[in-house]
Each structure stands twice: as structure tokens, then as C-alpha cells.
Design a protein around this ligand. Structure first.
Ligand code: BG6
Length: 366
């Protein structure tokens, strides 16, 4: 039963503030991370962790790419990530002190399970599962587990499980940064920023009417580019995946600095280019990339911070996102907006977003 909502996808998008609060409730207290929430051995494992390797598929992979930026930037630990379907068939070299992190909302994706099973033979110190299904195979087989509490996922496209994964990864970062910083300042700051996310997500959900109008304009398009830099690049990747999956638009994500190495040739007046522009350290770089797009008459659409200088009539369309976001909040908030965009484009095209063609629910199938 989808409780009065016509589509589970929209219901699950709107459930995200709750998914985030419930996930945090089990693993933070008094402004700090509860390490035992990962399992009794967590402290010893994190003390020995010198490198993090993440494996995942699809949307979960994108959550992992976001986490890689933060694990390196905030915890100063080297971090690598690979799609599980590639990793499992390689002969990888595992650096000393590596922790394997498997991300899977279902805990049953065969490639992710196979990759996680390489933890012991591969020389990892331990495996950690971040998962939404407490009774899943992945949870049973992993040394450490952090559960997300997004609730049952009934729509095929992953929405609330993705944001809950990002938050759980934020908690992992809080636990790891303890070991890098002498005091608990950074950890407390991170936890406080995670705890304010439900309110910021609410503010993003309130943008639905504006995003719906944008969706109406984009529904006729057959292809588009999504641009981001830094942590916004994986957000663009996830947005592009949602647009492909539920709107059947050939949406491609690029790290904005890569445009000049080929994709710019695709840009003309018929190419919508959607850019994610929070006020971060790479905003000015992104702006110069957008000038290149405008010079080729590309249709620039921005999801941007109110103070970015990009909310103007110069753009074809702009959505003013919540401002003054902490860096750890940006991927969650901008992803919610892109989920709403993909959902409404699907509806304008007459597509049932809960059941995209050719895709089935994860159930151990390979
Ligand atoms: C795919 C789903 O089959 O599996 C994606 O369509 C999902 O939405 C991916 O992200 C991975 O799933 P899981 O359960 O391992 O996170």
C-alpha cells in the first residue's frame, strides 16, 4: 500500500527526512558516533585501518564515490572504489591495513556479495557492510555492519536508501576522523551537520513545484549532460542514472573539467546542460566551464546556491537550492532535487517510475 501516494517513488523521496533521522538515531549520541553500532570489533578494526576500499553497484556505487572524496579529504586516509562487477574478476593488490566496505541497500546483489567475499582471501583486515536489509546475505557474511533504516524500498529506483547510505558513510567518516584528529571537534561538527540534514531535506522537498516546472520543459529532450566538480561529480552521475532509469533520457554525467576534452563538441542549442553549483571551493572553476557551454549556445540549467551568482535570468532555468550548506550535506541535498526532477520528467512522459522497463528488483539474480 502506498498510503495515498500514486507512486512509491515519490513516497520514498518524501520519506527521506525520516530515513536519515532513523539511520542516525542508532549510531550517534551526545553529538558523537557510537562505534559499537558497527559491531564489537569496530574500535580495533578502525585503529588498524590505513586504507579503505569500497565496492558497490549502481546507485550504491555513487554513494561510495561521494564517500571516497570525504574519506581522503576529512580523514586523510587513502580510499579506492570500484564497481563490484569489475573488482571481483580482477587480481587486485590490497594495500596493508585495508578495510573493505561493501555498500548495498538490498544486501543481495550478486556482484557485491562476490566482491565482499574476497575480503579474507584478498588480505583485508575486515569487511564492513552498509546495508538496509538486516537479514540479508551481505549482513550475515560481513565482519562489521552498519544498518541504514530507510524502511522498505518498493519503487525500483533507489532514492531514500541512497541518502541513508550517504548518511551512514558520514557516520563512518566521523568514526575514522577521530583517529586522525587529536580532539573530537571535527567528529562533533560532522555529527551536528548530519543531524540537521532532515530539516534541509524538507526545505529541498519544498522546491518540488519549481522542479516540476523544470521537468515539464525538459520532458521533450532526448539527451542531456549533467556537470559537477568534486563531490558534485558523483551527484551528477547519480542524477544521470535516475534520468536514464526512470525518464529514458540519455543523460551523461561529466566532471565539468573534462568537458573540454571531447564532450563540448556535443553542445549546441539543442543540448541541455544541467550543473550542480553549491558554494564550494570549485565553484569558480565550474562557472568558467559554464561559460564555454554558453559560448556554444548550450541550454544551461543550474541547481545552485542562492549566493553562487548563478541564480539569474542569464540561465535558461535555475533552481535556488538551500544555502549555507556544509560540504557533507551537499550531496544529499542536491541528489534529492535530482530525484524529484527524474520523477517528474517520467510522469510528463507517461512513464511509471516505479517500474522502469527492463529493470527488475534485486533478488539474487546475476
Ligand atoms: C540495481 C538497481 O539492479 O542494483 C539499482 O536497479 C541499485 O537501483 C543496484 O542501485 C545495486 O543495488 P544494491 O541493493 O546492491 O544497493
Amino acid at each position: 500500500d502506498n498510503a495515498g501516494y500514486r507512486y512509491f517513488m515519490r513516497k520514498e523521496i518524501l520519506e527521506q527526512p525520516g530515513a536519515v533521522s532513523r539511520t542516525l538515531a542508532g549510531c550517534v549520541t551526545n553529538g558523537r558516533v557510537i562505534e559499537a553500532a558497527f559491531g564489537s570489533a569496530a574500535g580495533t578494526v578502525f585503529d588498524r585501518t590505513e586504507h579503505v576500499h569500497i565496492v558497490a553497484c549502481g546507485t550504491s556505487y555513487h554513494a561510495g564515490v561521494v564517500a571516497r572524496y570525504f574519506i581522503e579529504q576529512i580523514c586523510r586516509l587513502p580510499c579506492s572504489i570500484e564497481v563490484a562487477s569489475e573488482y571481483r574478476y580482477r587480481k587486485p593488490v590490497t594495500p596493508r591495513g585495508s578495510l573493505l566496505v561493501a555498500l548495498s541497500q538490498s544486501g543481495e546483489t550478486p556482484d557485491t556479495l562476490a566482491a565482499a567475499r574476497l575480503a579474507r582471501p584478498g588480505g583485508f583486515i575486515a569487511s564492513l557492510a552498509i546495508c538496509n536489509a538486516p537479514k540479508s546475505t551481505l549482513v550475515r557474511e560481513s565482519d562489521l555492519v552498519l544498518l541504514t533504516h530507510a524502511g522498505a524500498k518498493l519503487a525500483l529506483p533507489a532514492t531514500k536508501t541512497f541518502t541513508a547510505q550517504l548518511v551512514a558513510l558520514g557516520v563512518l567518516i566521523g568514526a575514522l576522523v577521530r583517529r586522525y584528529e587529536d580532539d573530537s571537534c571535527r567528529e562533533r561538527e560532522l555529527v551536528a551537520q548530519l543531524l540537521t540534514l532532515p530539516a534541509v531535506i524538507e526545505a529541498t522537498l519544498a522546491l518540488e513545484p519549481a522542479i516540476r516546472s523544470l521537468a515539464r520543459r525538459l520532458a521533450e529532450e532526448r539527451h542531456m549532460l549533467l556537470l559537477g566538480r568534486g563531490i558534485m561529480y558523483p551527484v551528477a552521475m547519480e542524477g544521470a542514472l535516475k534520468l536514464k532509469e526512470v525518464s529514458y533520457i540519455q543523460a551523461e554525467a561529466y566532471a565539468a573539467g573534462e568537458l573540454k576534452h571531447g564532450p563540448l563538441a556535443l553542445v549546441d542549442a539543442a543540448m541541455p546542460v544541467i550543473a550542480m553549483a553549491p558554494c564550494d571551493t570549485v565553484l569558480e572553476k565550474l562557472k568558467s566551464n559554464l561559460m564555454e557551454v554558453r559560448a556554444r549556445r548550450g541550454q544551461v540549467v543550474v541547481f545552485a546556491d542562492p549566493d553562487s551568482g548563478l541564480i539569474s535570468k542569464e540561465e535558461v532555468a535555475s533552481i535556488a537550492m538551500p544555502g549555507r550548506l556544509a560540504e557533507i550535506q551537499c550531496p544529499v541535498v542536491y541528489s534529492v532535487a535530482l530525484q524529484l526532477l527524474a520523477f517528474h520528467v517520467a510522469l510528463f512522459k507517461g512513464i511509471d517510475p516505479d517500474h522502469p522497463r527492463g529493470i527488475t528488483m534485486n533478488s539474487g539474480r546475476e
